[in-house]
Design a protein around this ligand. Structure first.
Ligand code: SAM
Length: 285
């Protein structure tokens, strides 16, 4: 396990993923009944943007750094509000104060929760697990678990609340992770077909991305939405060109929400020719 998210926290992929995560949580809050977020690859929760890891890559400057304190379109503002409220809370500051911290997925989820909502945050890296546990120590709404996220994906669904969201956000540092994600998702879906699932993937190895999409399309699972944002030409050789999310069981009219979000984010996050977004149904109703 070489991957450490501290080098990448707040990059363009995190911006898209976390803005969508926050919007999904806000939609779950439309009903009073409790829900659970299961984060199978949770990271440490809160990242120090002044630490050497973040400074070495500087990736966050091309991600949250492009949004924070920037002029944004009125259409984008309400869609970024839940996400940016978590970023502000993590920094204990409002825009445009300098950013020193970045909230990861478990922190964002917890920030947006009501009293009745719960988080199961799973992480396998021993050092990250310790930091994650410390971050949420004594928080009765959060359960942190040191476990393989792929095992957790199969074991923790359906949650007892019977409402909620599973975020699957692996590092993609090993070959075959698209296959692992496809199989893991399908097994979880069979156990809990009414949950919302958000599956993250990098747009880098295009044949693997296509195979994942074809595998999902052939699976028979309905209500699958694919959202991608590319910061330069999708097929630029050898670089991390874009970020993808498959949302299963999206909330009502969520595709329209994503279209407004992604079209507004492209000009803010673009790093070259060919920056764009794609949004379609892999499988409909
Ligand atoms: N979800 C986090 C967020 O959005 O803030 C970021 C997660 S990062 C992309 C992937 C995480 O998965 C890393 O923290 C890594 O240590 C962890 N990881 C790697 N293999 C894992 C496994 N088999 N089970 C659980 N976590 C794993």
């Amino acid at each position: 396990m070489n991957y450490r998210h501290a080098f990448h926290a707040g990059n363009f992929a995190d911006v898209v993923k976390h803005a969508v995560l926050a919007l999904l949580i806000e939609r779950l809050k439309a009903k009073d009944t409790a829900f659970r977020v299961i984060d199978t690859h949770a990271g440490v929760g809160l990242y120090d943007l002044t630490a050497s890891e973040a400074a070495r890559t500087g990736e966050w400057h091309q991600g949250i750094g492009r949004l924070w304190g920037a002029a944004r379109t009125p259409a984008l503002e309400p869609l970024l509000a839940p996400y940016l409220s978590a970023v502000a809370a993590a920094n204990n500051a409002a825009e445009p104060a300098p950013l020193t911290r970045y909230p990861g997925s478990p922190w964002i989820a917890r920030h947006l929760f009501r009293r009745q909502d719960r988080l199961t945050a799973v992480e396998l890296h021993p050092e990250d697990t310790a930091v994650l546990e410390a971050e949420f120590a004594d928080d009765i709404q959060v359960r942190t678990i040191a476990l393989d996220g792929w095992l957790a994906l199969g074991a923790f669904v359906p949650p007892k609340e019977r409402r909620g969201l599973v975020l699957v956000d692996p590092p993609f540092e090993e070959r075959g992770e698209f296959t692992t994600m496809l199989e893991g998702f399908l097994a979880a879906y069979r156990k809990w077909p009414t949950g919302i699932y958000a599956l993250w993937y990098p747009v880098k190895d295009l044949p693997a991305v296509d195979a994942f999409r074809i595998g999902l399309a052939k699976s028979g699972v309905r209500r699958l939405l694919r959202a991608e944002l590319t910061i330069r030409d999708r097929d630029s050789a050898g670089t991390f060109n874009g970020t993808g999310l498959v949302v299963c069981n999206p909330p009502w009219q969520f595709a329209d929400t994503l279209e407004t979000l992604l079209s507004g984010l492209v000009p803010l996050l673009r790093q070259g020719d060919g920056a764009d977004f794609a949004l379609d149904e892999i499988a409909g109703e």
